[in-house]
Design a protein around this ligand. Structure first.
Ligand SMILES: [Zn+2]
Ligand SMILES: [Zn+2]
Length: 273
């Protein structure tokens, strides 16, 4: 299983020299399991991901959206394979708050006054599916299960399992300080890689209650409680420049050697034990 981080930022893309090391694209993680391509979220990192897929010998992909906040969908209309009728693309996501389906949410986003062209007009062959959190999606030998997360408007966390290997993609969510969520521990138990919403530091967190995010220290607490083999700090705050992120990286590695602070373009290969 190969994992590539195309966008590791939360909330807003932040290009510029202050963010050159850790990167400025918003949430997008590509997972290759044998023949299957699974992509979590369609943030601005989906654009370079699509550019690479468009030049590869792969002709299908499955995008799973955690939710519809703009940092998780803004890259979708810039995903080149979506415009290729030979490319099989299926996009799945939760039922949006106040709407019936994933189609309603993406049609609302990709239409006036927010966008110049509509989905049906430019990508009529793309398939959409609204997910129920209780269902498990099978893609070849890969299974993807989901879990509702505590986030304004709702969000889904995912676990992709291929044979003995698994990756958990858990963003965006707000934790309750001092209380590690037991159902979340069960969901991520024993995973090879926990990718977790680490927008804030524990010190910053009290000022942002209600914004729906968590901290890198909580990533470590959850990863330890659930025996995650690696813990990936993800969805960095746009205000966290390279200097601050490098400090987070030093502290995180000192606290737990299984921590990784993700960067745009980072690739991991999971081999199992
Ligand atoms: Zn987000
Ligand atoms: Zn969000």
């Amino acid at each position: 299983m190969r994992v590539k981080f195309w966008g590791v930022r939360g909330s807003l893309p932040c290009p510029g020299t202050d963010h050159a090391v850790y990167g400025g694209n918003t949430s997008c993680v590509e997972i290759q399991c044998g023949e299957e391509t699974i992509i979590f979220d369609a943030g601005s990192g989906l654009r370079p991901c699509g550019d690479q897929l468009a030049t590869s010998n792969l002709y299908s992909a499955n995008i799973f959206l955690s939710h519809y906040h703009h940092d998780h969908i803004m890259g979708f209309p810039f995903f080149k394979p979506a415009y290729d009728s030979e490319f099989s693309l299926k996009v799945r996501g939760p039922k949006p708050q106040g709407m019936r389906s994933i189609n309603d949410a993406l049609h609302a986003y990709l239409s006036g006054p927010f966008f110049p062209v509509g989905i049906d007009q430019v990508m009529p062959h793309v398939q959409f599916e609204t997910l129920d959190p209780s269902e498990v999606t099978k893609i070849g030998d890969v299974s993807v299960s989901s879990k509702s997360l505590n986030h304004p408007g709702g969000a889904l966390g995912y676990r992709v399992q291929s044979g003995p290997l698994s990756v958990c993609y858990i963003t965006d969510l707000e934790h309750t300080p001092g209380e590690v969520d037991q159902s979340l521990i069960r969901f991520i138990r024993g995973t090879d890689l926990l990718i977790y919403d680490s927008t804030y530091t524990d010190e910053e967190f009290p000022a942002y209650c209600g914004w729906g995010h968590s901290t890198w220290q909580e990533a470590v607490r959850l990863g330890n409680a659930g025996d995650a083999k690696q813990i990936a700090i993800f969805h960095h705050d746009p205000h966290h420049n390279d200097r601050l992120m490098s400090n987070v990286e030093k502290k995180a590695k000192a606290l737990c050697s299984r921590c990784i602070v993700t960067r745009d373009g980072m690739e991991l290969t999971l081999l199992g034990t």
